[in-house]
Design a protein around this ligand. Structure first.
Ligand code: APR
Ligand code: PHB
Length: 395
């Protein structure tokens, strides 16, 4: 087989890249290790920046988010048992975020790709990358007991944190920066109306962090910080709802509607960046090159902007015959990525209970939160970062 761009991974990054390239007349094939059903079974984040919503429209898959997404103008910070709304739209001169699940984004992109008849190989085993130090790379894989080879001009590594693309880069060519946090998030999805349908709630409490989010007016997504050693089996639905209530203020707590969980999982928190993002004819995008803790809701949005820059760079290469985009891809992405890394690390540090800082750490967090909600300058800084930087930010 021959194509212009071989894309590894059919998560949001790979699928969005495929859609944007196809619209510009650039051939691509996606190779995905798992089945389509497995990919759709993963429940992940759910807050889209306007830049991401615009990109979905540009890719031709904006109907779902337009019809089913919920626009938010505010977030709420809870600390010392009190609620403090932050009017994000007012503070950013009109910007909003949209609640729409990553699972739904992936589903929309998958069905669009299928409807257009574009090639995606699911359950591709032993994907291997070859010759990306030159201009004629190729990818091999196994499917149904047979070996296959895809020749291409570029390989896009969109295969997530545990993928083969980053792992294929020679050790000396890549630098990794990492911070692992000493706790995880226990997430529950339930078909109950969200306690706060107009603002995502971030709660700091002495018992640990909690988050109230939503997927629709009838489906809620809630999280509580938990020890990394915990297992899902230790958390009955009842224990989860009781703990969530204890971490919120009395008003929200009394209004939580509970119900059976339809998904429950524990995720570790990590900050990670691998630099650079280009190695000859191989380009990394999304979780393959960076991870943020979910507190700032930046993971999916960063993946989308990487893909925007990468698709533009490939389009300029094939259609305008210039290397300028591919040559600056890594640098342009990394500036935005480090801004989001800083924000996500900061909000994570502010909102969680750290095992080593105890009462002093809690008091310092409460003082900073008090400063934050009472200072327009600090609230604006939070709001600006939360809605996301523009694609071509200057300062
Ligand atoms: N060969 C082929 N496919 C692979 C391989 C491999 N060796 N390894 C991993 N994959 C696939 C995974 O099965 C997955 O479907 O690559 C895909 C990567 O998808 P994601 O992990 O969702 O990464 P990405 O598309 O970059 O999306 C970023 O996902 O984790 C969230 O917070 C993150 O929201 C962000 C988004
Ligand atoms: C979610 O809806 O899953 C969600 C929302 C906000 C976050 C993280 C996750 O910061």
């Amino acid at each position: 087989m021959k194509t212009q761009v071989a894309i590894i991974g059919a998560g949001p990054s790979g699928l969005l890249l495929g859609a944007l390239l196809h619209r510009a007349g650039i051939d691509n094939i996606i190779l995905e290790r798992q089945s389509g059903e497995y990919v759709l079974g993963r429940i992940r984040a759910g807050i889209l920046e306007q830049v991401t919503v615009d990109l979905l429209h540009e890719a031709g898959v904006g109907d779902g988010v337009s019809q089913e997404g919920t626009v938010h103008h505010a977030i709420e910070l809870v600390f010392k048992n009190q609620r403090h709304p932050i009017d994000v739209t007012h503070l950013t001169g009109g910007k909003v975020v949209t609640a729409y699940g990553q699972t739904e984004v992936t589903r929309d992109l998958m069905s669009h790709r299928a409807a257009q008849g574009l090639p995606t190989v699911y359950e591709a085993k032993d994907v291997a990358l070859h010759g990306f130090d030159g201009a004629s790379p190729y990818v091999t894989y196994e499917k149904d007991g047979q070996s296959h080879r895809v020749d291409c001009r570029f390989i896009a590594g969109c295969d997530g944190f545990h993928g083969v693309s980053r792992a294929s880069v020679p050790e000396g060519a890549i630098t990794e920066y990492e911070k692992v946090y000493p706790f995880g998030w226990l997430g529950v999805l339930a078909d109950v109306p969200p306690v706060s349908p107009h603002a995502i709630v971030y709660a700091n409490s002495e018992r640990g962090f909690a988050l109230c989010s939503m997927r629709s007016m009838t489906r809620s997504r809630y999280y509580v910080q938990c020890p990394l050693s915990d297992t899902v089996d230790a958390w009955s639905d009842q224990r989860f709802w009781d703990e969530l209530r204890l971490r919120l203020d009395p008003d929200l707590s009394s209004r939580i509607v509970t119900g059976p969980s339809i998904e429950k999982s524990i995720a570790p928190l990590r900050s990670f960046v691998a630099e650079p993002m280009r190695f000859g004819s191989l380009f990394l995008a999304g979780d393959a090159s960076h991870i943020v803790p979910p507190t700032g809701a930046k993971g999916l949005n960063l993946a989308a902007t990487d893909v925007k820059y990468l698709s533009q760079s490939f389009i300029e290469y094939f259609n305008d015959k210039t290397d300028a985009g591919i040559d600056t891809y890594s640098e342009r992405c990394l500036r935005r990525i480090w801004r989001a890394e800083r924000f996500s690390w900061w909000l994570t540090s502010l909102m969680h209970r750290f095992p080593d800082t105890q009462g002093f750490g809690q008091k310092i967090q409460e003082a900073e939160l008090d400063y934050l909600v009472n200072s327009e300058a600090l609230s604006r800084s939070l709001a600006e970062n939360y809605v996301g930087l523009p694609l071509n930010f200057a300062e």
